[in-house]
Design a protein. Structure first.
Length: 452
């Protein structure tokens, strides 16, 4: 029987509404920036087709992952699921790829936060604002998961309302010709090249599983939070996509000026500019509130990423200090601080598009690991208690796995240099694991096959 010591336990405080706020909050910044960069790769039709398939993958994956989270409610998420099904080596790789995803996503979002502030306060450089965001929201997460989740719920509601207002303003100006004009500028290859930016619409929702250990009655509440979050996000994704592009065409939400080759991280402001102009009070109001969407994802992913690092420290794969919970607040303080340092390092590279793509590599490999784990446990542990069972087995999970594999192959083909960086990090991580983790630590992790 595996048991954690008192300073390795997290406090259960989260309910289904909080989980909805976290699930939507992790992802919602993807509606505000980043996705539009895929339009320069595939145009409206190219990004639209890839988004359709990626959406199908996420819906099928989310409910499959929810089954795993309800059956095995541990902070490590995919690490714990793969460890139970596939053994310690594959378990480490599954956990490490999620760590890469969650460590590389926040720097891209932090840069966008800095850019939004810079829009209103040109005298303040982007980087100091972005770095300050890391310190502020790392501190908030240290002070308690319930306070952090309440804050996340609050700003997520604002971010959702803002997107609905944006759609209400933009859709009356929608013209079908703006959707069809130059819709596939780079041919069929553009569909595959735009995949990472379609993933950005939904990247991070799996983080709900990482707070299962801090959820009241996780066997019931996790699937409520997961399910309601993915439904909300699918609706917002397609509303944002068509409302933004329908105003003035896809080029208008990628390039800030006609003829420009410099892409923008703010598709919604660009679309609004064509409707009300920059001097409108509505323009400034929506841009200000738009910060809530970026903050929601930034704060939420920081919260979830720390749980992965915490689990690695708790089982001995990382230094033990990362597996210690704060004595008073019962939060993974050192895991939060460690991730913050790595995130700031990535932020200083200034490569937003590349950082997004590396995070997407991590996400796709995580989904493949998790779906393989799902099949393994269904076949080899049919009696495992499953409070929630995913529908459409096995065809739904097979379709999700097929789409994830095709997406990963496509990204390797179109982004070979970034693929080398990603798989290089995975390789170095595995070598570190093999050289430093003792047999005793691996045996301790095997105890996770039996849960309290």
């Amino acid at each position: 029987m595996h048991a954690d010591s008192p300073d390795q336990k997290l406090e259960r405080t989260l309910g289904p509404i909080m989980l909805w706020g976290l699930g939507v909050g992790y992802v919602i910044s993807g509606m505000y920036f980043g996705w539009n960069l895929g339009l320069s790769k595939g145009g409206t039709l190219g990004l639209g087709i890839s988004t359709l398939f990626i959406t199908l993958m996420y819906v099928l994956f989310t409910f499959s992952y929810c089954e795993l989270a309800c059956a095995i409610p541990r902070a490590g998420g995919a690490f714990d699921y793969a460890n139970r099904a596939l053994g310690v080596n594959w378990g480490f790789l599954a956990g490490f790829t999620q760590l890469i995803e969650f460590v590389f996503a926040p720097p891209a979002i932090a840069y966008a936060i800095g850019a939004y502030f810079h829009e209103f306060f040109p005298g303040i450089p982007i980087l100091p604002i972005a770095i300050s965001a890391f310190f502020i929201f790392t501190a908030l997460n240290i002070f308690g998961v319930k306070a952090a989740a309440r804050f996340e719920l609050f700003i997520t509601i604002f971010a959702v309302v803002e997107l609905l207002i944006f759609a209400g303003v933009a859709l009356p100006h929608f013209k079908i010709m703006n959707i069809t004009n130059n819709s596939l500028p780079n041919g069929i290859s553009g569909i595959f090249a735009s995949i990472p930016f379609a993933i950005w619409f939904f990247l991070g929702i799996e983080g709900v599983a990482n707070v299962a250990e801090e959820t009241v009655n996780p066997q019931v509440n996790v699937y409520k939070g997961f399910g309601s979050a993915i439904i909300t996000l699918v609706i917002l994704c397609f509303l944002t996509f068509f409302a933004s592009i329908g105003v003035a065409g896809w080029e208008a939400v990628v390039y800030p000026n006609a003829g420009s080759l410099v892409t923008s991280d703010g598709p919604l402001p660009l679309a609004l500019f064509h409707i009300v102009g920059k001097d409108s009070a509505l323009y400034h109001l929506l841009i200000t509130v738009g910060l809530f969407g970026l903050v929601a994802s930034f704060h939420g992913i920081i919260l979830s990423a720390a749980r992965v690092t915490f689990e690695f420290g708790r089982v001995g794969y990382f230094p033990a200090v990362f597996g210690k919970a704060h004595k008073k607040f019962k939060t993974p303080m050192w895991a939060l601080i460690g991730n913050m340092i790595l995130g700031i390092g990535a932020l200083l590279t200034g490569k937003t598009g590349e950082i997004i793509t590396i995070a997407c590599f991590g996400a796709l490999v995580l989904y493949i690991f998790s779906l393989v784990t799902f099949f393994y446990l269904r076949i080899n542990e049919p009696n495992l208690e499953r409070p929630f069972r995913a529908s459409f087995y096995p065809w739904g999970q097979g379709i999700a796995l097929f789409i994830a594999i095709i997406a990963l192959i496509s990204m390797i083909i179109f982004y070979p240099f970034l693929a080398v960086i990603y798989f290089g990090m995975m390789g170095l991580g595995f070598v570190f694991f093999k050289l430093t983790v003792t047999k005793e630590k691996k045996l301790r992790v095997l105890e996770l096959k039996v849960f309290e």
